[in-house]
Design a protein around this ligand. Structure first.
Ligand code: ZN
Length: 68
């Protein structure tokens, strides 16, 4: 299982293993309002998961942050 991440700036996408994303979330235990995010290797923008369900059951969708 892997999580598809998409760059909010340039639309570059990359898959990360679910286990890696999950352990990243567990390390960063403070903020439940946002999913684990990565830096785009192409443009340096923010990579956001297309869909990710966090360890606390929170669901994150890129549609929620893409704006208008
Ligand atoms: Zn990018």
């Amino acid at each position: 299982m892997s999580i598809n991440y998409i760059c909010l700036r340039c639309e570059w996408h990359e898959k990360f293993p679910y286990d890696a994303v999950r352990s990243f979330e567990l390390l960063d235990d403070a903020d439940q309002s946002a999913p684990p995010q990565f830096v785009c290797g192409v443009c340096g923008g923010t990579m956001y998961p297309e869909y990710y369900k966090g360890v606390q059951g929170n669901e994150y969708r890129i549609d929620n942050v893409r704006g208008e």
